[in-house]
Write a protein that binds this ligand. Structure first.
Ligand code: XIL
Length: 463
């Protein structure tokens, strides 16, 4: 019994001790809760704020500075482009590089014990300017390309229907260029469609527009195997009659545009690069003999002694064997030719500076004029069918190549300068898209008439 009593007493003591301890621990918990509530009453919700600056080294990068101020601790979470394309960010310093054009919303979310707030900014990433204000980018120069040089003509191709339409196309032509070339309407298949007829309506529209707007016209191209009408390919008369017909065609055409067309590509692409560089076996060569080129140049010289006469061909920089064959031909023409048209259908990484320079040197050493005709610079030389837009990287490479080409041209001695002709106005109009059957962005303007980085490359090449 005594034993039982003492056990009960002990148990009671333990119970009291437990209850006291429990009460104490509960009361200290509630004290902490009370303190918390007091703290919250003094902490204000943190307000997110940040500034962004565009990197001086790289216009596609921004530096983000978290300017949020708070007395209490807070955490911060960035979102560099909700809904935008992928971006790269670096640890620590918030430097963000945008790899694709478009609009981005940058969000900074900050949180402290009193809650969460966000700050947002919208930016625009432009192909040409890099990161811009959402309302647009500031134009670098108000001048057109033609105003940036007075030593050679800056030309472009056009089409009569666009001239007739007017609008943006003609506005850009007038502002930027001082030389015009017809893309396909001053070729024989259009101007001389049947034995007894000429059709100069399209050519007239282009030439008249140019004259009215104080632009040169570069005539392209009197004789070209790829624009020969069927009736000429299947000419039914004798060889002598064929030659007479060619003389009459050249004379009629050049006489019509005397004083309006400053220069002509008399013969275009006569060298066949695929078969050891002989002359291409065109109908003109077959009917008039190996010296048909010389004959055509003589007809042209007779028709308009004031016109500047060019031989024009492609891959003259890229293919040194073809280059040699072309300059042999040029030497053979002697006084009948005034200049070399070097078609500049090139790529962002090809041909080399040295090869382009070699064409210039060969021309200048002969005392002839050099025309960088047909300039377009491919950004998709790997023929990727799936590429859907021009990346900033490719655009920058293209800019560099445009700058290189124009810079080379700009160093040509004054008496050998003539002009550069860009083969198309807007990317989406380029002949290369059909020719290669893949997406391509080879020109100075995008489809909305916005200047591209390529344009700035051209501009910088002129400086
Ligand atoms: C191209 C035009 O751009 C196309 O519209 C036309 O269908 C075919 O000719 N070398 C030349 C140019 O000398 O006349 C060519 O122009 C492109 C290649």
């Amino acid at each position: 019994m005594v034993k039982t009593d003492s056990v009960v007493k002990k148990a009671k003591r333990y119970l009291v001790l437990f209850l006291v301890t429990f009460w104490l621990s509960c009361s200290s918990d509630s004290e902490e809760i009370k303190n918390d509530v007091d703290d919250n009453a003094t902490v204000t919700k943190v307000e997110a704020s940040f500034e962004h600056t565009i990197s001086e080294e790289d216009p596609y990068s921004i530096l983000l500075n978290n300017t949020t101020e708070s007395d209490s601790d807070f955490s911060a979470v960035w979102d560099f482009g909700t809904g935008g394309d992928k971006v790269l960010d670096m640890e620590g310093l918030e430097e963000v590089r945008y790899e694709k054009t478009g609009e981005y919303t940058i969000t900074l979310e900050v949180t402290n014990t009193a809650g969460t707030s966000t700050a947002t900014k919208k930016i625009m990433v432009d192909q040409r300017y890099g990161v811009c204000n959402i309302n647009g980018c500031e134009e670098l120069s108000q001048n057109g390309l033609k105003e940036e040089t007075d030593t050679f003509a800056v030309g472009v191709i056009t089409q009569s229907y666009r001239i007739n339409e007017g609008g943006n196309h003609t506005q850009v032509l007038k502002k930027e260029f001082n030389s015009l070339t017809s893309e396909y309407e001053m070729k024989m298949n259009i101007m001389h469609p049947s034995p007894n007829s000429y059709d100069f309506s399209a050519a007239d529209a282009i030439v008249d527009f140019a004259v009215a707007n104080d632009m040169f016209v570069h005539g392209h191209a009197l004789i070209w195997h790829d624009a020969t009408p069927d009736w000429v390919e299947n000419f039914s008369g004798t060889d002598a009659e064929f030659e007479k017909m060619v003389e009459e065609y050249i004379t009629t055409t050049m006489t019509r545009y005397k004083g309006k067309v400053r220069s002509w590509d008399v013969v275009n692409e006569a060298v066949d690069e695929s078969a050891g560089n002989p002359l291409r076996n065109s109908i003109f060569r077959q009917r008039m003999g190996d010296d048909y080129i010389k004959k055509c140049f003589q007809f042209a010289r007779n028709a308009d002694p004031d016109a500047i006469l060019f031989y024009n061909d492609f891959n003259i920089a890229a293919n040194s064997g073809k280059r040699a064959a072309i300059f042999n031909l040029i030497d053979d023409l002697s006084e009948l030719v005034d200049g070399v048209g070097a078609e500049m259908h090139i790529s962002i990484d090809y041909p080399s500076t040295e090869d382009i320079q070699a064409v210039v040197d060969a021309t200048v050493s002969r005392g002839l004029k050099i025309h960088f005709s047909e300039l377009d610079i491919r950004t998709n030389p790997e023929n990727d069918k799936n590429v859907s837009s021009l990346s900033i990287e490719k655009a920058a490479q293209q800019k560099a190549k445009f700058m290189e080409v124009v810079r080379i041209y700009n160093t040509v001695p004054l008496e050998n300068k003539f002009g550069i002709t860009v083969w198309g106005l807007r990317d989406n109009e380029s002949w290369l898209i059909d020719f290669f059957g893949v997406p391509e962005w080879p020109l100075l303007f995008d489809e909305n008439y916005n200047k591209k980085q390529a344009y700035d490359g051209f501009l910088e090449g002129l400086q």
